[in-house]
Design a protein around this ligand. Structure first.
Ligand SMILES: Cc1ncc(C[n+]2csc(CCOP(=O)(O)OP(=O)(O)O)c2C)c(N)n1
Length: 322
């Protein structure tokens, strides 16, 4: 793929279409897992993971789909896990909130807000000690900065100059409560900047801009400059948990949603490919068809496997020596 922006578009399209398939098939009640959808926020996961590459170690939140797909692009394992099948990432026992593939650098996500942040610190500490050169990336929502473990982690990471990239996916809400009703300060970036931690911000929803910003952050970390904090504004299209639109609940202003829809990350990147990077429409369509086919095959294949046997219920819950 010779056009620089095409790979980014492909990853955005993959994340979006996987979730559109979830919206289509979830009502069949065969995916027995709660769904926290990334739809609308994909530019953060894709821009960051693209810059970090396959050698990065990534942790995310229960809103895990875009981060998992952007980092691993493993569509078959993704759907097998969502369908609760034995060949899934955790043999069908984790569901959507706990997607993990540590053998490929994806160290997992969790339903407990902010809980992966201190785990990321441990991973980053191990990389520093073993001198592997790997960067650990941890995604979290703006709700996670309400937790003590976030502040303790920023402090320790700055103190120990750990190679960790903090990525705050700020969609403005913790469930239905807006940031301004939760935070006794105006700018999280100003406060984190008081620690020995470089900060960057973005509200463009532009995947290339997020990717470039991440590359700058990585050069600081890889030069031994300690942790970096990215604050990236984004907008969740669907309800907090579930596959439906929730604008009828009226906790989010319609004008704000309209403004974000106008800068939808897929639309922005598709237009850039055609208008600025000279990519022909047919090339984009072929790529979209490839993605569709891979999703379709992954779903059909996942459904051919069985669910785990009840005797396996307590296996894999705790670490087991081989
Ligand atoms: C420690 C903890 N406290 C409370 C909850 C309940 N809870 C689930 S999601 C959520 C909001 C988190 O919002 P945010 O971190 O901004 O992520 P988003 O859902 O917006 O992606 C809360 C409070 C939880 N899961 N874990």
């Amino acid at each position: 793929m010779s056009y620089p922006g095409l790979e980014l578009y492909k990853k955005l399209y993959l994340a979006r279409r996987c979730e559109e398939y979830i919206v289509k098939y979830y009502p069949q009640n065969d995916m027995k897992t709660p769904m926290h959808m990334s739809m609308g926020q994909e530019a953060v996961a894709v821009g960051v993971c693209h810059a970090v590459g396959s050698t990065g170690l990534v942790l995310a939140t229960y809103r895990s789909h875009a981060a998992f797909l952007a980092h691993t692009q493993n569509v078959p394992l993704f759907f097998s896990e969502l369908y609760g099948r034995v060949n899934g990432l955790a043999n069908g026992k984790s569901g959507s909130m706990h997607l993990a593939d540590p053998d490929h650098g994806h160290w997992g996500s969790s339903g407990i807000v902010a809980s992966t942040i201190p785990i990321a610190l441990g991973l980053a500490f191990a990389q520093k000690r073993k001198n592997t050169g790997a960067t650990t990336v941890v995604f979290f929502g703006d709700g996670a900065i309400d937790e003590g473990s976030f502040w303790e982690s920023i402090n320790v990471a700055a103190l120990m100059k750990l190679p960790v990239l903090f990525v705050c996916e700020d969609n403005g809400y913790a469930v239905h409560t807006p940031s301004k009703k939760r935070h006794g300060y105006d700018s999280i970036v100003d406060i984190v900047g008081q620690f020995r931690c470089a900060t960057f911000s973005d509200d463009s929803n532009d995947v290339e801009s997020i990717c470039n910003m991440t590359q700058q952050a990585l050069s600081i970390i890889q030069a031994g400059g300690g942790p970096v904090f990215l604050h990236i504004k984004c907008y969740r299209y669907l309800e907090h948990v579930g596959i439906n639109d929730d604008m009828k609940d009226a906790y989010r202003p319609v004008e704000i949603q309209e403004a974000w829809l106008k800068k939808d990350c897929l639309v922005l990147q598709r237009l850039r490919l055609i208008n600025e990077q000279g990519v022909e429409e047919i090339v984009i369509q072929q790529l979209e068809e490839q993605v569709e086919t891979s999703i379709h095959h992954s779903i059909v294949a996942a459904k051919q496997y069985s669910s785990p046997d009840p005797s396996q219920l307590f296996h894999g819950v705790f670490y087991e020596e081989n």
